[in-house]
Design a protein around this ligand. Sequence first.
Ligand code: ARG
Ligand code: ASP
Length: 712
Amino acid sequence: MKHLRFYITLLVSLTVGIAKAGEGMWIPMLLQYNEKEMQEMGMKITAEDIYSINHSSLKDAIVLFGGGCTGEIVSDQGLLLTNHHCGFDYIQKHSSVEHDYLTRGFWAMNRGEELPCPGLSVIFLREMRDVTEKILHGTNVDMPEDERKAKIEENIKKLVADTEKQTPYKVSIKPFFLGNEYYMLLNEEYTDVRLVGCPPSNIGKFGGDTDNWVWPRHTGDFSVFRVYADKDGHPAVYHKDNVPYKPAKHLEISLKGAEEGDFAFVFGYPARTNEYLPAVAVDQEANLIDPITVDLRGKVLDIYNKYQEQDPKVRIQYASKHASIGNGWKKWMGVTEGINHFHGVEKKRAFEKDFQEWVLGARNRYMYLDLLKNFDKSYKELEPYQLAYTYLAEAGLRIELISFAGRFMRLFRTSKATPQEDIDNMVSSLKKTAETFYKDYYEPIDREVAVMALNEYLKAQPADFRPSFLNDIKDVDEYVNKLFDKSMFTDKEKVFDLLDNFKYSKVKKLRNDPAMQAYMSLIGFYQDEVSGKMSELNANIDRMRRLYMKGQMDMQTDKRLFPDANFTLRVTYGKVEGFKPQDGKTYRHFTTLEGIMQKENPDIYDYVVEPRLKELYNKKDYGRYADKDGTMHVAFTASVHTTGGNSGSPILNADGRLLGLNFDRCWEGTMSDLIYDPDICRNISVDIRYVLFIIDKFAGAGHLINEMTIVE
Ligand code: ARG
Ligand code: ASP
């Protein structure tokens, strides 16, 4: 009997537990442990070829781009590829009505035409070290949490300082496995990065928000930059005499494309996943918080859409807001669907049952004994605070007038004693903020959002646990009319009047403004009633999650677990393949230019096709970039585990050559941040041959192609 139970437990943990092919975001310095599996799946190179500190390896070509995306070097002249949506801000900053690079695209025809991008940097990882022992030195499981934290901080500080004395690199130390392990990262940051080229938005963003997160996809989501260095190859601030950076390694490009079932891997900077949460947390996120957020955002987007369709000016004004609200809206919809379709909560519960049995199996597992019970309790306790926070962010602060008023908080807090110089600085930065705000502000939208948001807020949040100004509202329409009629923040001139020659005596005006008062009430409630309690509960939850992580590692010694994404360089691998999102529906793994022509609709902004692209399509002028089937492949899917931050990451073939740039996932599988299912989780990449075709044939920037190492 005892045997049988052991056997069943093992079996269950094998099926639920084992990282399925495709799952996992692996630490490059430990890739030798995955090498065998990767090679069995088809990889022809070695772990050393991917990450090495003894000789050049693929890692020398990968960068963290702009602090939020991934980029890769594709020539010995520092040429870099990333997504269009990753370069978007920098392209936008260079765009004006005369030089509308967003709409028209941009191509530097020589080095002199490349555009500097102040504020943009790329970071190369030079080396990674396991420093767990040194960082956890002096800590133990039973010590109070704040003591432990202080000890770890002290250890980190010392080790960073010691190491920085010995290396030219920037040193940071990050927790992995929720604080059970620590790794040191030696980085080098280059700050002279220039824009080299980008396609017009109706290629780089083709399908826009409508197609975002959705397969089939036809977005040419790429842009081209170049990293510059001083003449010795070291990082340097922008200078016209800087020279193109010579990397230790640049990626080779394959023109062969990929077949269904081919091995592929992604090398980049995934930002955040939560794969080891208890069931109660997954349930709370997927079935409570996400649906509320999706619902509120959906209502906001409906209002935006209505006005955006009526007026092209408003369409542009709200394009970026729409994109960022819409991105999460669609993603979280997919998370809920995926978790429920895949029975994610039940699977977690089944695993927890095994875990509890395992805990009971030996006396030295006492520290895990009440863990799961306490998780249920703690997450329940957290719930009202999570909801309060969600309504604050997704309803209260979604009213632009109120959140804009909040930007004046610091000015509001000035006193007679505040030095004039400080006031002048605040005023000049607020003037910039105000310029940007009013450029993209449309009051009728905001009024309608306000009515919707306040009604939702009042409906959902109890009177004794919500910002006090809400309890004074008798009639929402009336309140909103008064708010917008009386607040000066609807009127750019009034706001600049206030800012010009700002003196302490003007603070009163701010104090009496109803939008400012609403903001103060929202934030005051958050500070007094929510944030303190929430951090306290979260600190305890973090401690339990760290312990639970350790328990999961101890229990499954037969299985290699991967640490959650934390914005450090990772390798993830799987196969190029399509999927079956639903009974009776199958998705092929690639799309072609035909699909762009099928989606074409000159009346819908997202689906306008460039005449030049149509011309090339009609002539079938694809050159060497055509697939062997004769068509132009645009995008493809693979079962590779990716998340936000992986955008722009290279997807590479068995030889370690570039197949494309990762840019998205299929929304049916966005739950992969919580639970990965190889049957429905797919990442989406733009085919490198489409990228090169656009650069070469569409833009006539063949000089860039000549720099690259292309393998036919
Ligand atoms: N969904 C992708 C990601 O999470 C792409 C977002 C940018 N594209 C867009 N149409 N908004 O970042
Ligand atoms: N689109 C995401 C990014 O920008 C990638 C993802 O979430 O799959 O990083």
